[in-house]
Design a protein around this ligand. Structure first.
Ligand SMILES: Cc1ncc(COP(=O)(O)O)c(C=O)c1O
Length: 417
């Protein structure tokens, strides 16, 4: 007789998404490039997988700072100076690099203050429930990152009413907030860059609607941090002129290539998070070596080297997008380092990713539930340290792919905003 844990796990394995993934794995074990193990990392974004070297177009280290000597040295220096971890919740104490990293993030963005969580997932799961009570509501974009949804769910469990509005649609936000009335304040939660499509939100219009309903904007700009906007400060400041009535969430694990997620805004809002946000009270911090490295990464981002890195990144993005469009492929979203090429069905999307992998290029095949059913994409993450010739090589492989697998042409599908 099996024990209850065994039986429970057995029945969980037959539910919803787990069943879908199992079916894909069982039907096409060679196609599904999931849970890959990278055995070694080489220069210029080469990685060894299964004994083969391929070019990695699946990294969020958009600026290549994960390989930057100043950032790498900072982690090593941090370990020497502070050990591997300080081993306490921030409710009791923080190391000086924590304070320094938060002050540096706030000064870089031009915000009053910032607080760093161990990840953006924890920032969203911790900040959203802390920012609303049962008198308030949370309205989030239907395509907002899963961690925003999880944060809203936690808030809902504490009595906050929540709703989703249609993707990038200020008029639907307005209708949704009307439908939620009466309430005291509204948290309007969106992504700064939608991580599967690269789409950008209409922040000004969303802010106007939020204000009209006594609400504020909460923008998860994880993919904008370091690579979009003036001096890499992300999408929010350039779009809105500042951080009035706005909290911005950013990533220290993607372009910044260290670890963590921050929430930045007014000092009073950050102070409230430090008192009300459970991951900051009951959980541990980013380990000190990575906080030292955040400061080193910001040194690079604020140095004359940054415009060169950004120019290399932006040139690679332009090269890939114009090349893919030249092939007649459907490229979704804005001109951002996440370039999503529409494929369609789950099977075709996995097959397309496998084809490129066999040609020496790893890109992410993204299928349901990360995107709607039947709307799979090849998600190409462009980095500053991809040699332009590697981008050309990927384009040549995409051209070969388009001859093998029918890919939807640009005019054949409606491109989401
Ligand atoms: C918009 C957005 N928010 C949050 C996350 C999760 O970030 P983290 O890995 O720091 O938890 C991601 C990851 O890709 C993201 O795209």
């Amino acid at each position: 007789m099996s024990d209850p844990l065994h039986r429970l796990v057995g029945s969980l394995a037959r539910t919803g998404l787990t069943r879908l993934f199992r079916r894909l794995l069982d039907d096409a074990p060679d196609l599904f490039l999931k849970d890959l193990t990278v055995e070694a990392v080489g220069p210029d974004r080469m990685v060894r997988v299964g004994g083969r070297w391929v070019r990695n177009f699946g990294s969020d280290s958009f600026l290549g700072l994960d390989q930057h000597p100043a950032v790498v040295d900072a982690v090593a220096r941090g370990v020497r100076d502070w050990g591997t971890h300080n081993g306490t919740s921030r409710a009791f104490s923080s190391v000086a690099p924590q304070r320094e990293a938060e002050a540096r993030v706030a000064a870089w963005l031009g915000a009053e203050d910032a607080v760093i969580y161990p990840s953006v997932t924890l920032a969203n799961a911790g900040a959203l429930p802390a920012l609303a009570t049962r008198h308030d509501v949370i309205a989030s974009d239907q395509h907002a990152h899963n961690s925003i949804e999880e944060g809203a769910r936690l808030a809902k469990a504490r009595g906050v009413r929540t709703a989703k509005f249609a993707h990038n649609d200020p008029a639907d936000l307005d209708r949704t907030l009307h439908g939620l009335r009466p309430f005291r304040h509204a948290v309007v939660a969106v992504d700064g860059v939608y991580s599967m499509s690269g789409a950008l939100p209409p922040l000004q219009q969303l802010q106007a609607v939020a204000r009209g309903h006594d609400g504020f904007l909460y923008v998860d700009d994880a993919h904008g941090t370091g690579v979009l906007g003036t001096r890499g400060r992300g999408t929010v400041r350039d779009a809105l002129g500042g951080y009035d009535n706005t909290l911005v969430v950013g990533s220290l694990s993607k372009a910044v290539s260290c670890l963590g997620g921050f929430v930045a805004g007014t000092k009073s809002a950050v102070d409230v998070l430090k008192l009300r946000s459970n991951p900051l009270l009951f959980g541990g911090p980013v380990p000190p070596p990575y906080l030292v490295a955040v400061c080193a990464a910001l040194d690079v981002i604020e140095s004359p080297e940054y415009p060169r890195l950004r120019a290399a990144l932006d040139a690679n993005v332009r090269r890939l997008i114009s090349g893919a469009e030249g092939l007649g492929l459907t490229v979704l979203g804005g001109r951002v380092p996440i370039v999503s090429v529409r494929v369609g069905g789950e099977d075709a999307t996995l097959r397309a990713g496998r084809f490129l992998f066999d040609a020496g290029y790893y890109v992410q095949s993204v299928v349901f539930p990360a995107v709607p059913h039947g709307a799979g994409v090849l998600r190409v993450q462009v980095n500053a340290n991809h040699p332009p010739a590697a981008v050309d090589g990927l384009l040549a492989a995409l051209a070969d792919l388009a001859r093998e697998v029918p890919l939807p042409a640009a005019e054949a599908v409606a491109v989401p905003a």
